[in-house]
Write a protein that binds this ligand. Structure first.
Ligand SMILES: *Cc1c(COP(=O)(O)O)cnc(C)c1O
Length: 848
């Protein structure tokens, strides 16, 4: 292959609008509609053609158009306003500084295989990426000392084309990142920073790109360098492309290369956040760093663990990344040797004994002190899923917590609706979006005004949908009549249901289509019709997902559904935004409890779109009986077909009996009063909590700040505390088999009177352990309502030493009225334990 270098020739920016370039290179533009407007206004057509990418726009815009803008008074006013806003944003005192002044320079590194930031930067496939992007934006808003790390995919995620038979075709572009809002990171001498990463039999070199996201940076690693062999250059080609071998290589580049890159840039994070298992190899590189600095591996493990945060994102077992022992061996043997581990011990770091695979989730769980799922329900499901690794520990107490996902409000709120909220919520409302009272003004908005804004957004959505469909049909060389009829599809006065997301089968895109006769009746009712817009990509290797698309596409061509059900192609951030601003109802039908969180419904709620969703992911936390609708109930059937049937039943009947009548119940101004009230209740009760500002603050308070504090203590004095804690843990493992509960005495009958004291005494054998190294406690649980809040622990203290290794412990409490089950247990205890079961050892009373 021959060697090519890049040369760009761009128009010259007039001096008085010179900062457009700074604006183009900070994706702050993407969540500030006025900033978009600055580019769009210069050449609307070009702005669309370049996919809203301002860097590409400035490379391609006509010099004359720029010069004209620089002379236009109105334009200059807007320009000044936007640039002032950007500079104020970059310089203002930040919230995080106010919350945690002592941590402002202690960087948090956030590693993710995907970042969904803007449609012009296709490094995302779905919810995981969007969440990462929104997380970074909120980190910037809050002024967190934060840095993102990802891969730069030359070909991105695929673009979806629907062919004339309704099959999805995937197309990969060759992105030119010199036309994207990223720049390469250079050394002091101006040469490009290059990061070497060891691979079997060779070194792969990485270039580092930097994206400014408001106040923070995300770095993207790129293997497409002439120093690399052709095969290696494509390692950072496709997101989730290639085989397992390609995947492990990508994950090594991300995890190991990412740590190296940060060090080379001069960033030394004090907390490390692994966003989904793909990035978990960062743990291994950090271990190697410490071991090479002379720290014993076991101490290094304790230290690395102390400030690592791991977020798991899927309850679907197949969603967890796994590798064969051969692949691990082939790709990581050098690192294994550097850690001084045998093949077997190295595999143990992530080995799943049941499935005989190296599991990235297990690696992350074992070496991260702070682990969480992404909704309350998902936290619970994750605890259940990993319970087998915590023998004898009640599922509620497994140390995997949850932080419920949110969305970045400025990114997802329609600008037109934002104007309305600015008018009624009081100035500065968006600076404290997590305070419910800031949203109180929603109830003051006149129904007419809210409805008008919604109607306009709906019209825009319909235009976009028609253009999308027209594009499909033109490309597929369909008949003139088929192309023209699109102009009559969708009516802004008709109740519109939106369903758009990844076409994974558990999301059950076709649930609504199960009973065709009934659906036809609903859609084609003369007085109260309904229309449905679908969109979404299936992973290129997910054949059942592609069949679902084909099934829906076929329906759209049946006479009864023509123009009433549409399938739009190439679901991306741009299309998501338009749909989420402009449909009436957002339908979500995952098979409970497979949806970890879901976030598109949160975006919908923010725009006054009504959620109609299975009680899965985030929805059970948000739904209050009057701010949306529920598909099915909260019961999970083992039999999937039965579950589907139950859900289908409520889906149709709720539509027929409640949703459709409510939507068409109009007053004399043709306003659906009750519906608008529902929109307001949704706006009042959902966005103030389900946003990334609240979410990132939760991460800060629960994980980042404790992790940073812990790291400081654990790494001091050459990792002395890490060493001590590790030795203590080893002591526990070595001696725990001696621990037993000899007897339990309760000085009460089985029926107590209210207010009476409940006293428990236990004789405990501790072997070589001493009483201050364990916690002995009465464990009370309400078996009828299991759940984390229904566990009550009553501490017992040593009152008497019976023999060398035996002690009497006693505890008491005044139990509330009712029936409770209790037992006595011993577990390890140390003031530096973050969780009760940081060491998963426990001994229960056998019978008493
Ligand atoms: C928000 C979003 C998602 C995630 O949606 P789910 O509700 O998790 O299915 C996926 N893709 C795009 C483009 C999005 O904007």
């Amino acid at each position: 292959m021959f060697f090519l270098r890049t040369l760009s020739v761009a128009p010259k920016l007039p001096e008085n609008i010179g900062e457009l370039s700074k604006l183009a290179y900070n994706v702050w533009f993407s969540w500030n509609p006025n900033a978009w407007e600055l580019f769009r206004r210069i050449d609307k057509k070009l702005w669309e053609e370049v996919g809203h990418n301002p860097v590409k726009f400035l490379l391609n815009v006509k010099q004359q158009d720029l010069d004209n803008a620089a002379l236009d008074h109105d334009y200059l006013n807007l320009y000044k306003k936007v640039i002032q806003e950007l500079n104020a944003y970059l310089e203002e005192e930040t919230k995080f500084k106010n919350y945690h002044p002592e941590h402002k320079d202690q960087v948090i590194a956030y590693f993710s295989a995907e970042f969904g930031i803007h449609e012009s930067h296709p490094t995302y496939s779905g919810g995981l990426g969007l969440l990462a992007g929104d997380h970074c934006k909120a980190a910037s808003d809050l002024g967190l000392p934060f840095v993102g790390m990802g891969l730069l995919y030359k070909n991105g995620y695929f673009e979806q084309r629907i062919n004339i038979e309704g099959w999805q075709e995937s197309r990969y572009s060759n992105f030119n990142y010199h036309q994207m809002p990223v720049r390469t990171v250079t050394n002091n001498d101006g040469s490009e920073l290059i990061i070497p990463v060891e691979m079997p039999g060779r070194t792969v070199y990485l270039k580092v790109w930097c994206m400014h996201v408001g106040r923070i940076n995300i770095y993207f690693l790129d293997a497409d360098l002439s120093q690399n062999a052709v095969h290696d250059r494509s390692l950072t080609g496709q997101l989730y492309g290639g085989d397992r071998e390609n995947r492990i290589a990508q994950e090594i580049l991300l995890g190991i290369g990412g740590v190296k890159a940060l060090r080379a840039i001069g960033i030394n994070p004090q907390a490390w956040h692994i966003n989904e298992g793909h990035a978990a190899f960062l743990i291994l590189e950090r271990l190697r760093e410490l071991v090479q600095a002379g720290i014993p591996l076991v101490t290094a493990m304790e230290a690395v663990r102390s400030n690592t945060i791991f977020t798991t994102h899927t309850p679907v077992p197949a969603g967890h990344d796994v590798f064969s022992s051969e692949l691990i061996d082939k790709y990581l043997w050098q690192l294994r040797d550097q850690l001084g581990l045998s093949g077997e011990d190295f595999l143990k770091l992530g080995w799943d004994d049941e499935k005989y695979q190296f599991n990235m989730t297990l690696l992350a769980l074992r070496l991260s002190l702070f682990c969480n799922g992404v909704s309350k329900l998902h936290g619970q499901v994750s605890r259940e899923m990993f319970q087998r690794f915590y023998p004898n520990i009640p599922v509620e107490e497994i140390p995997i917590s949850s932080v419920t996902n949110g969305v970045h409000v400025a990114t997802w709120l329609a600008p037109k609706l934002r104007e309305l909220l600015d008018k009624y919520l009081g100035s500065g409302w968006h600076n404290d979006i997590s305070l419910p009272k800031k949203w109180a003004g929603i109830s003051q908005i006149p129904a007419q005004e809210l409805w008008n804004v919604h109607y306009k957004l709906k019209e825009k959505m319909i235009q976009t949908a028609r253009n999308n469909l027209r594009g499909q049909r033109l490309r597929n060389q369909e008949s003139y009549q088929r192309i023209m009829e699109v102009n009559n599809f969708l009516d802004p006065n008709v109740l519109t249901i939106g369903f758009a997301r990844r076409f994974a089968t558990y999301k059950r895109a076709n649930l609504l289509l199960q009973d065709k006769e009934r659906l036809i009746k609903i859609l084609s009712d003369k007085a109260k019709p309904v229309q449905i817009v679908f969109a979404g990509k299936a992973h290129p290797a997910d054949y059942p997902g592609q069949e679902l698309i084909k099934e829906i596409y076929s329906l759209t061509n049946e006479e009864a559904f023509r123009g009433r059900i549409l399938f739009l192609e190439d679901y991306d951030i741009n299309l998501a935004r338009t749909l989420l601003h402009g449909v009436d109802v957002w339908l979500n039908t995952p098979r409970r409890p497979m949806e970890a969180s879901g976030t598109s419904g949160q975006k919908a709620a923010l725009n006054g779109v009504i959620n109609f969703s299975v009680l899965d992911g985030w929805w059970p936390e948000a739904y209050n009986g009057e701010n949306g609708f529920v598909v099915g109930n909260d019961v999970v059937c083992k039999d999937e077909a039965k579950q589907d049937k139950n859900d289908v039943f409520t889906l149709y009947s709720l539509l027929e009996e409640t949703i459709v009548p409510m939507y068409y119940d109009r007053d004399h101004n043709n306003i659906p009063r009750a519906w608008v009230e529902l929109m307001k209740r949704s706006l009042l009760t959902i966005p103030h909590y389900f946003n990334t500002e609240r979410m990132v603050m939760d991460y800060c308070n629960n994980f980042y700040v404790p992790a940073i504090t812990r790291w400081k203590r654990f790494s001091a004095d050459n990792y002395e505390l890490a060493h001590q804690l590790q030795s203590f843990k080893q002591r526990l493992y070595d001696n725990w088999h001696q621990v037993s509960i000899v007897s339990v005495n309760t000085a009460a009958d089985r029926v107590l009177k209210i207010g009476e004291e409940f006293k428990v005494e236990a004789v405990v054998e501790l072997g070589y352990l001493s009483p201050n190294e364990v916690s002995v406690e009465v464990f009370c649980i309400d078996l009828e309502n299991p759940g984390i809040r229904n566990i009550n622990l009553i501490p017992m203290s040593p009152v008497n030493q019976i023999s060398e290794n035996q002690y009497t412990f006693a505890g008491k409490c005044i139990p509330p009225q009712g029936v409770v089950n209790y037992s006595v247990r011993v577990r390890p205890s140390h003031p530096d334990f973050e969780h009760n079961f940081e060491v998963p050892l426990v001994t229960w009373a056998q019978s008493f």
